[in-house]
Ligand binder design. Structure first.
Ligand code: NDP
Length: 445
C-alpha cells in the first residue's frame, strides 16, 4: 500500500535536490494517499509514480545579442507533464531563479489546477533563467524570437499551448506569438494571453486576479460574509495582484498593501481606482518600482519587507512561491486573519501551509483559487478554434461559473465535520480523480 514517507523518499531519490518539486508532491500526495488507501487500482497501475514523472522535458540553449552587440547564453525549458485530459497547457516564466526544480513543481501543480477547471487541458510549464528586468524592448524581442526558434518544434494548438507567467506579459506573448506564426505559417491558438486584436480573449488579462476574488467571495458566502468592508493585504504588483486589487475594490474591500521584490507599500487609506490606475501605468507601461506609489500618494514604504505583519481580515499572496514563511503565517494568525487565498503558485512554505490548515481560518490553495487565468486561457483556445470572439460579459460570466464550480468541487471533496472545508484536500482530490481515472482508462502507457 502507498505510504507517504517512503513514497517521498523515492521522489527525492529520483529527483535529487529539487526541493520545491518535493514540496509540491508532498502537498498533493499527502491528501491523495489516504484517499486511495482502499482503492488498490491506482497503486496497481503505479499512478503516483507516473503522475510524478513528466511525460517529457525539453531543455535548450537560447543565444541572444544585447544592444551593445554582446552575446549572451540562457537556458530554456518546456516541461510537458501530463496530457491525459487534454493538450499540455501552462505558462512560460522568465526569471533568473527558473530551473528544472521550479518548472517541475509548477508543471505538477498545473496538472491538478487544469483538471479543476473542467476544461480539456493537461499540465505543463516552461520558461527561462533570462532576466527581463532592465532589458530594452529590442533585447526582449531578440530573446523571445530566438527562444521560439527552438520551442516552436514542440508546441501546437492540439499539442502544447503556452501562456504567460512571471516576467512574460503582453509584450513577450506578442513577440513569441508573432515569431511562432512566422515560423509555422499557421495562425492558430497555440499561445494564449494574446492581445484581443489578434486572437486573444477579452478578460484574459484580468482573469487570474478577478477569478481569485470570485473564489474568495464564494468562500465568504460559506460563512455568510461578504467582501465589502474587509481589510485586504495583497503582495506583488504584477498581473495577478493588480486585477485582484481591482475586483476587490470594486466589491467594496479595502486593499492596504502591495509589494514588489524591493519592498511593500502600506496605504492605510486603501488603494482606490485612481491609485490603481497609477500602479497599472507604473508596472505595465513604465516597468517601475512600487516605492514610487508611496512617493506619489504619501504613504508608508517598507524597503525589503513583505505585507504579512500588517493586521487584516484577508491575505492574498500574489507574488511568487514560498513568500509566506511559518513566522509570517503565525504573525497573520496572531493578528486575526480570517481568510488566506493564494493568487500565486505555492506562495506558502510547507510549514506555513500546515499552520493555516490546522487553524480555524479559511485557506484556499493556488491550484483552486488562481485557476481563473488558465480557465480563460482555455476559453481563448475554444474561441480560436471556432474563430470567434466572445463578449467580455460572456467570458466573465463563464469565469464566475468556473470559479464557483471549483469552489464546489473543493467543498464536495474537502468537507470535514459540519461546516469546515479543507480546500487544500478538496482541490487535490478533485483534480487527482479526473486525471488518474483517465490514466487508468488508457492502460499502462
Ligand atoms: P508578474 O511578473 O506580472 O508579477 C510578479 C510580481 O511578484 C511582481 O510584483 C514581482 O516583483 C513580484 N515578485 C516576483 N518574484 C518575487 C520575489 N522573489 N520576491 C518578491 N516579489 C516577487 O507575474 P504574475 O502576476 O503573472 O504572477 C504572480 C504569481 O501568480 C506567480 O506565482 C505565478 O505563477 C502565479 N500565477 C499567474 C497567473 C497569470 O495568469 N499571470 C496564473 C496563475 C498563477 P518584481 O517586479 O520586483 O520582480
Amino acid at each position: 500500500m502507498y505510504d507517504l514517507k517512503p513514497f517521498l523518499e523515492y521522489v527525492k531519490e529520483v529527483n535529487p535536490g529539487e526541493e520545491k518539486f518535493h514540496q509540491a508532491v508532498k502537498e498533493v500526495f499527502g491528501d491523495i494517499i489516504p484517499y486511495i488507501k482502499d482503492k488498490p487500482e491506482y497503486e496497481n497501475a503505479a499512478i503516483l509514480e507516473r503522475l510524478s514523472e513528466p511525460d517529457r522535458m525539453i531543455r535548450f540553449r537560447v543565444t541572444w545579442q544585447d544592444d551593445d552587440k554582446n552575446i549572451h547564453v540562457n537556458r530554456a525549458w518546456r516541461v510537458q507533464f501530463n496530457n491525459s485530459i487534454g493538450p499540455y497547457k501552462g505558462g512560460l516564466r522568465f526569471h533568473p531563479t527558473v530551473n528544472e526544480d521550479v518548472l517541475k513543481f509548477l508543471g505538477f501543480e498545473q496538472i491538478f489546477k487544469n483538471a479543476l477547471t473542467n476544461l480539456p487541458i493537461g499540465g505543463a510549464k516552461g520558461g527561462s533563467d533570462f532576466d527581463p528586468k532592465g532589458k530594452s524592448d529590442d533585447e526582449i524581442f531578440r530573446f523571445c524570437k530566438n527562444l521560439m526558434m527552438e520551442l516552436h518544434r514542440y508546441i501546437g494548438d492540439d499539442t502544447d499551448i503556452p501562456a504567460g507567467d512571471i516576467g512574460v506579459g503582453k509584450r513577450e506573448i506578442s513577440y513569441l506569438f508573432g515569431q511562432y506564426k512566422k515560423l509555422t505559417n499557421r495562425f492558430t491558438g497555440t499561445i494564449t494571453g494574446k492581445d484581443i486584436d489578434f486572437g486573444g480573449s477579452l478578460i484574459r488579462t484580468e482573469a487570474t486576479g478577478y477569478g481569485l476574488i470570485y473564489f474568495v467571495s464564494n468562500m465568504l458566502e460559506e460563512k455568510n460574509e461578504v467582501l465589502k468592508g474587509k481589510k485586504v493585504l495583497i503582495s506583488g504588483s504584477g498581473n495577478v495582484a493588480i486585477y485582484a486589487c481591482e475586483k476587490a475594490i470594486e466589491l467594496g474591500a479595502k486593499v492596504i498593501t502591495l509589494s514588489d521584490s524591493d519592498g511593500m507599500i502600506y496605504d492605510k487609506e486603501g488603494v482606490d481606482e485612481e491609485k490603481l490606475a497609477f500602479v497599472k501605468e507604473l508596472k505595465e507601461v513604465r516597468r517601475g518600482r512600487i516605492r514610487e506609489y508611496a512617493e506619489e500618494f504619501d504613504c508608508e514604504y517598507r524597503e525589503g519587507e513583505n505585507p504579512w505583519s500588517v493586521k487584516c481580515d484577508i491575505a492574498l499572496p500574489c507574488a511568487t512561491e514560498n513568500e509566506i514563511s511559518d513566522e509570517d503565517a503565525q504573525k497573520l494568525l496572531d493578528n486575526g486573519v480570517k481568510l488566506v487565498a493564494e493568487g500565486a503558485n505555492m506562495p506558502c512554505m510547507d510549514k506555513a501551509s500546515q499552520l493555516f490548515r490546522k487553524s480555524d481560518i479559511q485557506y484556499a490553495p493556488g491550484k483552486a483559487s488562481n485557476a481563473g487565468g488558465v480557465a480563460v486561457s482555455g476559453l481563448e483556445i475554444a474561441q480560436n478554434k471556432i474563430r470567434l470572439q466572445w463578449t467580455a460579459e460572456r467570458v466573465d460570466d463563464k469565469l464566475r461559473e468556473i470559479m464557483k464550480d471549483i469552489h464546489d468541487q473543493c467543498k464536495n471533496y474537502g468537507t470535514n465535520g459540519e461546516d469546515s472545508i479543507d480546500y487544500v484536500k478538496g482541490a487535490n482530490i478533485a483534480g487527482f480523480e479526473k486525471v488518474a481515472n483517465a490514466m487508468l482508462a488508457f492502460g499502462p502507457i
